[in-house]
Design a protein around this ligand. Structure first.
Ligand code: SME
Length: 158
C-alpha cells in the first residue's frame, strides 16, 4: 500500500490529479471498507490541494449523513433537494458553485467557504449512494478539470 503520497507540488491541477488517481486506486484495491476508503480519499485531496473542506455525505433513507472528511466541523444531515449536496443527489449530477452566495439554499457549514463542487457517487444499480463535497475559501475555485477528475475519483467508490 502506498503510505506516502507522491505528487509534484509545482504541477498544474490536472497534472496533480493525474498523479493522484493511480495512488487512490492502489489504496482502494488494498481495502474493501467504504469508510476507510472515503477517509483516505478525503485526506489525499486535502493534503494535495489544501482545500478548505473535503468530505463525503452518505445517502441514508431520505437524507445524506456526514461521512469521513478533512476540515472544519460540518453539518451532519442534509435532506434530499436541500443545499448543494441535496441538489446534486436529487439531480444525480455534479454541481459546481462558483459563488456560494448565488446558490439558492446553499447550506453554509463554514462561513469561510466561497465556492464548492459536489460530485455524486453511485451504487451498482446506478442510484446515488452519496456525494463527495469539496469547498474552497476562494471564489470560483473549481473548473471542468476538477469536475473531470473528481468524477473519476468518485467513480472508484461504485
Ligand atoms: N455547503 C453544502 C453543505 C455541506 S458543507 O459545505 C460541508 C451544501 O450546501 O450542501
Amino acid at each position: 500500500m502506498a503510505e506516502v503520497l507522491s505528487f509534484n507540488k509545482l504541477g498544474g491541477k490536472a497534472d496533480i490529479y493525474a498523479e493522484l488517481l493511480p495512488q487512490i486506486e492502489a489504496l482502494l484495491v488494498a481495502e474493501s471498507d467504504l469508510i476507510a476508503n472515503q477517509a483516505n480519499i478525503a485526506a489525499v485531496l486535502h493534503q494535495a490541494f489544501g482545500f478548505h473542506w473535503v468530505g463525503f455525505y452518505r445517502v441514508q433513507k431520505d437524507e445524506v449523513v456526514l461521512g469521513p472528511f478533512q476540515g472544519p466541523l460540518a453539518c451532519t444531515r442534509i435532506a434530499k433537494g436541500k443545499g448543494v449536496c441535496g441538489s446534486a443527489w436529487q439531480q444525480s449530477a455534479t454541481i459546481v458553485v462558483p459563488d456560494v452566495d448565488q446558490f439558492p439554499g446553499h447550506i453554509a457549514c463554514s462561513s469561510l467557504s466561497r465556492s464548492e463542487i459536489v460530485v455524486p457517487y453511485f451504487d451498482r444499480n446506478g442510484e446515488v449512494a452519496g456525494v463527495l463535497d469539496v469547498d474552497s475559501e476562494y471564489p470560483d475555485a473549481f473548473s471542468a478539470i476538477d469536475q473531470l477528475w473528481l468524477e473519476k475519483i468518485a467513480a472508484l467508490l461504485t
